[in-house]
Design a protein around this ligand. Structure first.
Ligand code: ADP
Ligand code: MN
Length: 581
């Protein structure tokens, strides 16, 4: 072994391996230990190939002989500080032989293991074309590698633009759908489930496998294990298998100390993934046919997580299946997370799940499309997100109503298209709708005045029009009228807001008049009483025409001055919308 060969070996090991190979342990100021036999520059006698350690011992001593790490001023003194244009290094740093040996050995072992465990190169991150991987034999592969590089760069640029675009805004638009690279993990299922904060540690989860430190190996001397160690890798794979789809039976691999090879693990992962999708498809079909238990697996998982986190005690059953939503009853648990300011969960909760089957929502577009609060977001969202927006809208509207003191469910939590709120009712029995309950004449009159007051509060204090108000969305509970189902509620300045209000008034008026409340105003008077507007037309057609004219005027005003400035309220300094003739 010549000195040159040794240097070449050094140079290779220190530069040529790419990032992953950077294994240097901390350097120490220590004179190298020179074994007795190292004084002879001649080739040491041939050694059995079994001991790698030995062969490295033969390599290392000459390194010191050529002065690579000599701490003595010896050869350097000859140049002298003044003569040398680059100045003399004050402290030549050397590392201990043991460290160098460990590093070299680790590299060698790692290479061997890699060759054995990964016959084909699997690159997950970092540059695809490294010093080592230059396989120019396949044009297709080169092209693909380049394409991937480009895609990554494109995505990085996209992320920067997304960040710039959103700035500090609380509402942000995701550019995710424009990305080029969609790694398997990024697909759908994990999309934004990571933001689930309520899941506490699962006590039954197996202990995490010990991670391999950055330097790439653990242990010393002969006991070194690299991150590619077959056994370690196998155990890790088995543990990761537990994270497959929840419905996927993976058995007790950890208990058996099962070691899965990467190949098998990847195949299983793929299988679990396609199984999950297949069963979701099957389930969806079934769901359409029976229209029963109508929540998809992902929703069930989210609900399950709520129970698992302790936020809900149990979900007892389904209260209602509508076209657009399914409502469940649940017993509340507690949110005793230290980070949360321990929110009080109502003893009984209602979980409203907005249906993610899309077609039912098509005819609701007009409620949200023209609602200025959501307008900017609407056009840019995919249908699934639009459904989440319904849930979000209901939450905001309920919160406004709560503030105004209107009897309505209190919002507990919004998670995607699932809204958890307090339950109106008792012992799992929901309060009856006004439609269903048998009220005495007195109670009916009382209910009417309550409703009138609720509508006025809603309009004046919450700046909202229910837009689906009827005896079906009013519950009778503890002698009070409760308003529910406000996902479609809009502000009065919505381009059709007044028409919605008129419809609400007609429903309410008809219901109470038919119910024998003599005091009940007719729909036009009720409309004026709620809105404070003074529309004088005495038949429905004219009345409606005036409403539409008002809406039109308001819309023109909005075009000029912006939505926020608009208001139908009389003494608000708003536009001159009083329509006296
Ligand atoms: P939909 O849009 O399907 O009409 P709703 O919000 O009106 O949705 O809920 C449907 C039914 O579920 C209601 O009629 C009511 O009986 C019941 N429900 C909804 N929310 C609650 C709640 N917070 N407490 C008790 N029952 C509720
Ligand atoms: Mn309803």
């Amino acid at each position: 072994m010549t000195v040159l060969a040794v240097r070449a070996e050094e140079a290779r090991s220190s530069s040529g391996r790419g990032r992953r190979r950077h294994l240097s342990p901390p350097l120490r100021h220590q004179p190298p230990v020179i074994p007795a036999w190292s004084v002879s520059p001649a080739e040491p006698p041939a050694r059995p190939a079994t001991s790698l350690l030995c062969s490295y011992r033969c390599l290392l001593p000459p390194m010191d002989l050529v002065g690579v790490a000599s701490p003595e001023p010896g050869p350097a003194a000859a140049w002298g500080p003044s003569k040398c244009p680059w100045a003399t290094p004050q402290n030549t740093i050397s590392c201990s032989l043991a460290d160098v040996m460990s590093e070299q050995l680790a590299k060698e072992l790692q290479l061997e293991e890699e060759a054995a465990t990964f016959p084909e190169v699997v690159v997950t991150e970092g540059p695809f074309i490294t010093g080592e991987n230059i396989d120019t034999s396949s044009d297709l592969m080169l092209a693909q590698m380049l394409q991937m590089e480009f895609d990554r760069e494109y995505d990085a640029q996209l992320r920067r633009e997304e960040k710039k675009f959103n700035g500090d805004s609380k509402v942000s638009i995701s550019f995710e759908n424009y990305r080029k690279v969609h790694p398997y993990e990024d697909s759908d299922s994990s999309e934004d489930e990571v933001d689930w904060q309520d899941t506490r540690d699962d006590p039954y989860r197996p202990a995490k496998p010990v991670p391999t430190p950055k330097k790439g190996f653990i242990g010393k001397g002969k006991d070194i294990t690299t991150k590619h160690d077959e056994v370690v890798c196998g155990r890790k794979n088995t543990a990761r298998m537990e994270n497959f789809a929840p419905g996927f039976q993976v058995g007790d691999g950890i208990g058996m100390d099962l070691k899965l090879s990467n190949h098998v693990f990847n195949a299983l992962k793929q299988h679990a993934y396609s199984e999950e999708r297949r069963s979701a498809r099957l389930h969806e079909k079934k769901e359409h046919s029976t229209a029963e238990k109508a929540v998809d697996p992902k929703t069930r998982l989210l609900m399950y997580k709520m129970v698992n986190s302790g936020m809900l005690e149990t979900i007892t059953g389904c209260i209602s299946t509508g076209k657009e939503s399914v409502v469940f009853h649940a017993y509340g648990g507690s949110m005793e997370d230290e980070k949360e300011d321990s929110k009080v969960i109502p003893t009984e909760c209602a979980i409203k799940v907005f249906k993610t089957t899309l077609n039912e929502f098509k005819n609701r577009d007009k409620y949200i499309k023209d609602d200025f609060r959501f307008k900017d977001r609407f056009s840019k969202l995919n249908p699934r997100k639009i459904i989440r927006m319904w849930a979000e809208k209901e939450m905001h509207n309920l919160t406004r109503m709560q503030k105004a003191g209107i009897p309505c469910p209190t919002v507990v939590l919004l998670k995607k298209h699932i809204l958890v709120m307090s339950f109106i009712g008792h012992d799992q029995v929901p309060a009856p709708k006004l439609k269903e309950v048998k009220l005495s004449g007195e109670e009916m009159k009382d209910a009417y005045y309550q409703t009138l007051h609720l509508m006025q509060q809603l309009y004046n204090e919450c700046t909202l029009v229910h837009a689906d108000l009827s005896e079906y969305n009013m519950l009778w509970h503890t002698g009070k009228v409760w308003l529910i189902d406000v996902s479609q509620s809009v502000e009065p300045t919505h381009p059709h807001g007044l028409e919605f209000l008129f419809r609400d008034c007609r429903n309410v008026s008809q219901f109470f008049q038919k119910g024998g409340v003599k005091e009940a105003l007719n729909e036009r008077d009720l409309f004026n009483a709620v809105s404070g507007l003074n529309i004088s037309a005495d038949n429905e057609a004219d009345f409606l025409a005036e409403i539409e004219a008002l809406e039109k005027m308001n819309e023109d005003h909005v075009q000029k001055n912006g939505r926020k400035a608009a208001s139908f309220l009389k003494d608000d300094g708003g536009p001159p919308v009083l329509y006296d003739e």
